[in-house]
Ligand binder design. Structure first.
Ligand code: CA
Length: 234
């Protein structure tokens, strides 16, 4: 998932960000409510979920939620709050938040709430991690490829897994490099650097290291296309 985290407590934000990234999520963080609103409503990235602190400089969490709902955004919103009064919680939910978590909280509870929010969301579907000859095993961090001589497993880095997961969800389609960059890299990446091409190269090299041809075709000036039926049966 691509997650927006709006939290002005730096220590907490750093901890949340680290855990979510380890789980394979792409996280953009900002400490100001107005900046958060700009990111959420902007064209730079499409977020699957936002975690928003209640008390923020610029714009409060509930106000941010109100604006998001007012402008038709339907993504799940989780409010973090040090305020545990019933009236506060009601205010947060009335503002359009889907759930709230009172500080301090265990990080496991945050993760559980995020999973629940994700499942409850109308647009949610289990990510399809299998296409053609390819299957991703996130628990092991491995890509499994069916070949004529059996199943070959390839160890992937977190970024390679994210890239491969995206290809598996969009087989046989031309995917612009800019879309891959927007979906899989956070905003701190230099927008002109060629991170996507470099990552695709690494992935191809890793497959080649196992004697596998690349299923990822570069379509000149258009992007990339993943061929789930490659390599063909010998
Ligand atoms: Ca705060």
């Amino acid at each position: 998932m691509r997650i927006l985290l709006v939290e002005d407590e730096e220590d907490l934000a750093t901890a949340i960000q680290a855990v979510l990234q380890r789980q394979g999520h792409v996280v953009d963080h900002c400490a100001d409510g107005l900046v958060g609103w700009t990111l959420l409503s902007g064209e730079l990235a499409r977020y699957d979920l936002a975690i928003v602190d209640w008390m923020l400089p610029g714009l409060s969490g509930p106000e941010l939620c109100r604006r998001a709902r007012g402008s038709g955004l339907t993504l799940p919103l989780l409010l973090l709050t040090a305020r545990a009064q019933t009236s506060d919680r009601v205010e947060g939910l009335d503002a359009g938040a889907d759930d709230y978590l009172s500080k301090p909280f265990a990080i496991e509870e945050l993760l559980a709430r995020l999973r629940a929010l994700q499942r409850r969301h109308p647009g949610y579907r289990e990510p399809l991690l299998e296409a053609g000859r390819y299957r991703l095993d996130p628990a092991k961090g491995q890509l499994l490829v069916s070949t004529s001589i059996g199943v070959v497993s390839v160890d992937l880095s977190v970024k390679e897994q994210q890239l491969m997961a995206y290809f598996l969800e969009h087989p046989d389609q031309i995917i612009p490099g800019s879309r891959l960059r927007n979906q899989l890299w956070d905003l701190h990446q230099d927008p002109v650097s060629n991170v996507v091409a470099a990552q695709v190269r690494l992935l191809r090299r890793k497959l080649a290291g196992q004697g596998l041809p690349s299923p990822i075709e570069t379509v000149p000036s258009k992007g990339y296309r993943f061929h789930p039926q490659l390599p063909p049966e010998a």
